[in-house]
Design a protein around this ligand. Structure first.
Ligand code: WT7
Length: 685
């Protein structure tokens, strides 16, 4: 690893000396020493971190066992197998009892409507979790059962997930922006016996009737012969215990006058959360779980179109999310931390819930949107709670950049110490805006590269230690060994560009695809035996810095979330007018990438604006608003190889109006190209 001091002047950004003084990892040399130790003796390194947690029994066997080489047998990873613990106990009971943090705020909840707030301490959270865990047990939920959670960003969502963890049930959280079809598909895949949802919520000024969508999903499950036995519903829209401390003159708007009668109810299945909680006992013994027992399933898009249930296990996930949170955000007890991600994504699991709570941190849990009710909302919240560590996505930064400096400067943001980004490569322009303006040139930016599959940060700067380069995720976290491979699987040394892979496991790497271990093996371990393949392209510069160049498969990254082109194509071909569809990613100034769809219609069908609208709606309904296509183009013919494979490489160029098509000698019918160029959508390119 190169010492960055050698890099040319002007390229590197360094943390201010006062931040370094108090930091857990104050210098780059200190990072290097710890990194080397983490590789030389992983059992010792991670064992020390594990010692901070409570283990009911310790493991007698090896600390780590694994196989990463498919040619040698089954792929598996086991950390501390045989040891038993409970992650909920560790992040709540241990913090309340041993660390005396009972009175500390776990979450400041900031509702969609400004002034609509709540807060909850560690002991209050523990109490609610115990009560809800008892509710689940009373409903017959046992260790290993799968529970689906489909909720807005409210404290009950955290309570529900931790209650599952407490009794050893496996939570499967489905982002509340997903459609009924997507929810149904996920419930069926993991065979969930119970669903937890809410009556509804507001996103900005838009009402989302969540229970109604959930009902549609449950109806679909029933039609597919999988009736879900119970649905527990939080009364969120109709709740009475909001505390309107400030701004009582401007809220709550009458639109929140939501009546129970408006919530579609099925008395055989549905139960109100608050009614169950009223009678629930406050004591709940945790279920002691093996370190390798499943903690949760979280679905992520797969290149074949069917989402993959990524499985994470208790022990490794606990120590890795705790350690990354501590080091990457340089966490200190007085911090107020805010991650804007939704809990329905992995970022919300690892860095809004498990990682911060494991460290006894105080966080902001925000239900709303960056532009509602005004474009200064995020900066206002930062000042209001005196946020010190702020974690968001490049798409959010680019969105806010459009409104210029003024809305940011309305607030002073003096409390900020460290800024973070996640989800996609951050373009240097956005990086500099974030650094210079939002952070007042005094906050290091941690550009954290990771995936649903990695469970936690794998490439990332440490704020005080790592000199930053705008746009680079810099260096590996402790215990993580990246490599760059060429087409033939050869490791490239020094300055290079190729496939980003990892050579050995770290504690929170996913263990399997739920119900389909073979898919896990083929997706991540087949292409290059002996390596975990991320699916991202990557370049290493002369100083050893890693730069993610984007996906190299048929996946696209819309607003920091992966979608597969296949998933969208299969939604499009469900329309009676569509014979064939091919979807490619297209650059988008705010979302990073967006969907550009080519559709071939059946004979006799007409391509017009109303069909385009129908198709957009269909994709929304099948997958969710995040997948709404930006462009749909009529494609009487698609560029195909002689064996019939669609050449998406060419379609991407057509979408961009790029006439440099490269080698088209394998194209079966070159005539389609001219036609496709003339039918292009107006994209501004
Ligand atoms: C993909 C994973 C991890 C939580 C959010 C997304 C891209 C993520 C970065 C970054 C460049 C990034 C990659 C990765 N990605 N973070 N800092 N720089 N690219 O989770 O939906 O599992 O997506 O997001 O392409 O493979 P996900």
């Amino acid at each position: 690893m190169a010492v960055p001091e050698c890099a040319p002047q002007g390229e590197l950004y360094r943390a201010a000396p006062d931040l370094c003084q108090a930091a857990h990892v104050p210098t780059f040399q200190c990072y290097q020493e710890l990194y080397h130790r983490s590789l030389e003796d992983p059992a010792d390194f991670w064992g020390d971190i594990a010692k901070e947690f409570y283990w009911k029994t310790h493991c007698s066997g090896p600390f780590l066992q694994y196989n990463f080489d498919l040619t040698k047998g089954k792929i598996y990873v086991e950390y501390m197998k045989g040891a038993s613990t409970n992650i909920c106990y560790n992040i709540l009971d241990r913090n309340v009892e041993k660390n005396k943090l009972g009175e500390k705020i776990a979450f400041f909840w900031e509702g969609n409507e400004p002034g609509n707030t709540m807060k909850i301490t560690y002991s209050e959270l523990l109490l609610k979790v115990c009560q809800f865990a008892n509710v689940l047990r009373e409903q017959g939920v046992k260790k290993g059962d799968r529970i689906s959670i489909y909720m807005p960003m409210i404290i009950e969502l955290v309570v529900a997930m931790l209650a599952c963890a407490r009794i050893g049930a496996i939570h499967s959280i489905v982002f509340a922006g997903f459609s009924a079809d997507s929810l149904c598909e996920r419930i069926l895949d993991s065979r969930c016996c119970l669903l937890i949802t809410a009556d509804g919520f507001y996103r900005g000024d838009k009402l989302i009737s969540l229970k109604q969508i959930a009902n549609e999903a449950l109806q679909k499950c029933k039609e597919k012969c999988f009736p879900v036995k119970r649905c527990i519903v939080v009364k969120h829209l109709g709740r009475e215990d909001y505390t309107f401390k400030e701004a009582s003159n401007q809220s709550p708007p009458s639109k929140r006058m939501h009546l129970d009668t408006q919530v579609p109810w099925n008395a055989d299945v549905d139960l109100w959360w608050h009614e169950l909680m009223r009678d629930a006992s406050k004591e709940c013994a945790p279920e002691w779980c093996d370190s390798e027992d499943e903690l949760f399933i979280l679905y992520t898009s797969g290149s074949t179109g069917k989402p993959k249930g990524v499985v994470h296990t208790v022990g490794g996930y606990m120590i890795f999310t705790a350690a990354t949170f501590k080091y990457v955000f340089d966490y200190h007890p007085e911090d107020v931390y805010w991650c804007t991600a939704d809990i329905g994504w992995i970022t919300g699991h690892s860095y809004l819930t498990y990682g911060p709570l494991a460290n006894g941190a105080t966080s902001v849990l925000f239900e709303g949107l960056p532009l509602y009710p005004g474009v200064s909302r995020l900066w206002q919240i930062i000042d209001k709670y005196q946020v010190t560590k702020f974690y968001t996505a490049p798409t959010v930064i680019r969105l806010l950049m459009k409104f210029g400096e003024k809305p940011v400067k309305k607030y002073n943001r003096q409390s900020l110490k460290v800024l973070g980004t996640v989800g996609e490569p951050i373009n240097p322009e956005a990086w500099l805006w974030y650094y210079n303006l939002v952070g007042n040139k005094k906050c290091p930016i941690v550009d954290t590269f990771w995936q649903t599959e990695t469970g936690g940060h794998v490439l990332t700067p440490l704020p005080a230690a790592t000199p930053m380069k705008p746009g680079s995720a810099t260096f590996p976290f402790f215990g993580v060994v990246p490599a760059i491979l060429d087409e033939f699987g050869e490791e490239l040394e020094g300055e290079a560009e190729g496939y980003l892979v990892f050579k050995q496991p770290w504690p929170s790497i996913m263990r399997t695809v739920y119900g389909n271990h073979e898919r896990f093996e083929t997706t991540y371990f087949k292409k290059f035996p002996g390596y975990y393949v991320t699916g991202d392209g990557c370049k290493r510069d002369k100083d050893g810095y890693y730069w993610i160049t984007g996906r190299i498969d048929d996946m696209l990254n819309v607003s920091g979330h992966l979608l597969s082109t296949a998933e969208v194509e299969s939604a499009l071909v469900e329309h009676a007018a569509v014979a064939e569809a091919a979807v490619v990613s297209h650059p988008h100034p705010v979302k990073g990438e967006c969907l550009y769809c080519f559709v071939t219609l059946r004979d006799g069908q007409e391509f017009n604006a109303s069909l385009t609208e129908e198709l957009k709606k269909l994709v929304r309904r099948k997958i969710g608003p995040i997948a709404t296509p930006d462009y749909i183009q009529n494609a009487p013919g698609l560029p195909k190889t002689r064996s019939g494979k669609i050449m998406r490489r060419i379609l991407r160029k057509i979408a961009k109006n790029d006439q440099e098509l490269g080698d088209i000698s394998t194209l079966a019918d070159p005539a389609v190209i001219t036609q496709l160029f003339s039918n292009r959508c107006q994209t501004g390119l």
